[in-house]
Design a protein around this ligand. Sequence first.
Ligand code: SP5
Ligand code: ZN
Length: 347
Amino acid sequence: MLTIYSDDHRLHHGRGELMDGVIMPVVETPARADQVLARVRAAALGPVAPPVAFGRAPLARVHDGGYLDFLEGAWADWIATHGPDTDGLPMTWPVVGGALRRDRLPESIDGKLGYYGFDAGTPVTAGTWKASTAAADVALTGAARVTDGARGVFSLCRPPGHHAAADLFGGYCFLNNAAIAAQWLCDQGAARVAILDVDYHHGNGTQAIFYDRADVLFVSLHADPSQEFPYFLGYADETGRGDGDGFTLNLPLRWGTDWSGYGAALDRALARIDGFGPDVLVVSLGLDTFERDPISRFRLRSSDYPVMGDRLARLRRPTLFVFEGGYAVDALGENTVLLLAGFEAAA
Ligand code: SP5
Ligand code: ZN
């Protein structure tokens, strides 16, 4: 399988995130993608190619223009106010319900961070914009190889994307790589694109971006938002809106879920995707379902990942894998390649 990869991911290296009541070292580190790339090479999964630069237009098909301008300039704004020795993090938010307003974009960078960011775990750094646009190019280049006829392509994106909405960053995500690729595939003529999100956390950004649409099916297996981040989206009763009614399927699973529960939910997800009949399948590939993941509470084992890859291949659709979360760095490359090799073996 072809892997698309850019070293530019290393330009995004946050110092700290607010977790468990303290600023901790970030878990979403450059070492994650470095480990996955090393394992792709060691296991001879296939060739590794750099991305092509697609520019701003495909980003603007998914993200709000004001949001893109904010992200591009956020570091310069931050250091003008606070200097370069800390990363930008929000701490005041325009909560829903009307007690605070979201119809005014504040001038100050601290206000803007709260306006566009939804958690205090996603630092904006000197290289965040460059790394994020490179990650989007990695996803887009993978999508282009799929339209060229590849059966499966792995876009090794970092930072991840699935928590980023049209005008929101959070959950370690800034640009929604999977959504940008899916929209680009639609714009190239795909009539139907399915997104299967197997990251441990609900892909709130991807769901929100396509919630009103019938041409992009969003299916997600994730920790029950009543227990787990992002807490405020990902419930089973969210099924789409308007034209999109019936084109979102959330399968929340309780803390402690192992392969017995996960595999059964995966079969439901795959049956829905098969019924939809997509031209292309985009997989938001998070490996934080692993039993030793440091911030997650599912119990998948390494031996479960080839089985997952095999089942995805049995959909018999051109498939773009877009890398998302997974924080057990020592096992991350192995688990990722096990899944992709399982797909290849069946494809
Ligand atoms: C892409 C992705 O996987 N983003 C995940 C962002 C999760 N950030 C907040 C996690 C907070 C969960 N609490 C963990 C407690 C560990 N002691
Ligand atoms: Zn995750």
